[in-house]
Design a binder for this molecule. Structure first.
Ligand SMILES: O=C(O)CC[C@@H](O)C(=O)O
Ligand SMILES: [Zn+2]
Length: 469
């Protein structure tokens, strides 16, 4: 590991003057902890971690960094999977941990104004206390922060009904890379006054500036959610099941996972199998079962799917506890496979192309990784697959990643052929940076570079993420 790059005593003193001496850390453990996210590919090596409490303090740090030409990496809950929040090169890490407050609730607007360091689950709980719902949800919601969700335009398990984080952002306060504070859109639903700059900061991974506050839209709470887990004989059956249900029922989730993923979760021992019939693939779907007619409808579609041979076995939750247990079969996958140092793909195509796309990707991985375990899962109802390749115990991390990267070209050429994305919801960060042109063409990337210069002329905001300058 590289030694942390030392900042001059003057800069450290100035940082202390801005955020307070107790809120500046340079000890080894802090640098390691706040210098990285959940990605395992890169070694953290920041110079200092600061913990501002207000937008103005963030602004002062950004201005200081501009003055001294020091790079900044914004840091939220550090649950990212693409190394968007890893500081490898002497950066000042700005942690939003102290900026976690709810600032204002406007019931008539069904909107809450929060600081960006609020933990996603705390925002969900706050909404619930108001009798409302914040629908962006995923397994890491207990640790991830809203600012990070905005930085990657996080998706998760309810996108099929509620969309990505972008859909819930009504306004943002940001500190640009230049050090200006902008209040973007101020929570309005209707505001036809030109470029909607808030949208540029959603998915920007902290490369244009730092999101410090957000106005977030809330929704009515879903009622009587029912969960079905169905076993299918093959990939080909998955999409017909989706279409059969969607014709008659508004789904709040449609997820899928393969046998390898299920087995790993069952091996962890926290949850039992859904039914006895072993199946190569499973889908999990959810809907609001407020009315008996909807639940009856779901049962008859389930039977129709069995008659068609698309479903081999299945189960529907009868209680909330059962629904939660069925969800764990899907939600526990990512954490359960983490010890296998997975090589992650987070790819998407239009729903139309999913069947052909999966077939091609399956053929590539089967031919290229005959000795590796392939763990399929994902938000198939949104056209988003999480293809995780698991590291065999006898290979080193570097050997394993090198072998996986050899196959990237084929996988990403297939993504490109279907006009898909090399990163559906995890962001580009450093892990997918070299492959950006498979989704965004060179002319488009040149516009991204120009935009970056407008907001961050000195190139200090999270350099090395998404693209190089
Ligand atoms: O670990 C992954 O590859 C996916 C993580 C997360 O996006 C999920 O859908 O569980
Ligand atoms: Zn996901």
């Amino acid at each position: 590991m590289n030694a942390p790059l030392a900042l001059s005593a003057v800069v450290l003193e100035q940082l202390s003057a801005i955020v307070g001496e107790q809120r500046v850390r340079t000890d080894h453990d802090s640098l390691q902890t706040w210098g990285k996210d959940w990605t395992k590919h890169f070694e953290p090596n920041p110079s200092v971690i600061v913990f501002p409490a207000t937008t103005e303090e963030v602004q002062a740090v950004v201005r200081l960094a501009n003055q001294h030409q020091i790079a900044i990496t914004p840091s939220g809950g550090r649950t990212g999977l693409s190394a968007g929040a890893v500081a490898t090169n002497g950066e000042i890490v700005i942690s939003l941990d102290r900026m976690n407050k709810v600032l204002e609730f406007l019931p008539a607007d069904r909107m809450v104004r929060v600081q960006a360091g609020i933990v996603t689950e705390s925002l969900q709980q706050y909404a619930e206390q108001q009798g409302l719902y914040y629908p962006v949800d995923f397994a890491s919601a207990g640790s991830s922060q809203l600012g990070g969700n905005i930085g990657t335009n996080a998706g998760g398990i309810k996108v099929i009904k509620y969309g990505m984080t972008r859909q819930w952002v009504l306004g943002l306060t940001v500190v640009t890379g230049k050090g200006d504070i902008l209040h973007l859109n101020k929570g309005m639903i209707k505001n036809a006054t030109g470029y909607a700059l808030q949208h540029l900061f959603i998915g920007a991974e902290g490369t244009l500036g730092i999101v410090t506050e957000a106005e977030i839209k809330l929704e009515r709470q879903p009622q009587d959610l029912k969960v079905l887990v169905l076993g299918t004989p093959d990939f080909e059956s998955v999409m017909p099941i989706l279409h059969a249900f969607q014709q008659r029922i508004d789904l709040t989730a449609f997820e899928f996972f393969g046998e390898v993923a299920l087995q790993k979760v069952l091996d962890a021992g926290h949850v039992g199998k859904p039914f006895d019939t072993p199946c190569p693939f499973y889908v999990l779907l959810e809907f609001e079962g407020r009315f008996e007619a909807v639940v009856d409808d779901a049962m008859s579609i389930f039977e129709h799917c069995m008659e068609q041979g698309w479903v081999l076995d299945g189960v529907m939750s009868q209680t909330q506890a059962q629904a939660q247990n069925l969800w764990r079969l899907r939600e526990d996958i990512s954490e359960t496979i983490a010890p296998f140092t997975p090589y992650k793909n987070d790819i998407s195509v239009l729903i139309t192309h999913v069947p052909a796309f999966i077939k091609e990707i399956d053929a590539i991985v089967a031919a290229s990784y005959p000795d590796f375990e392939i763990c399929w899962f994902g938000h198939i109802g949104d056209g988003n697959l999480h293809l995780n390749i698991l590291k065999p115990a006898n290979l080193s991390k570097d050997e394993f990643f090198d072998q996986c990267k050899l196959v990237n070209t084929q996988v990403f050429e297939t993504v490109q052929k279907y006009n898909g994305s090399i990163s559906a919801e995890h962001g580009v960060g450093m892990t997918k940076k070299d492959y950006l042109e498979y989704t965004r063409d060179a002319v488009e990337i040149s516009y991204l570079r120009e935009l970056k210069k407008v907001f961050d002329p000195n190139g200090i905001m999270n350099p090395g993420k998404i693209f190089d300058l």
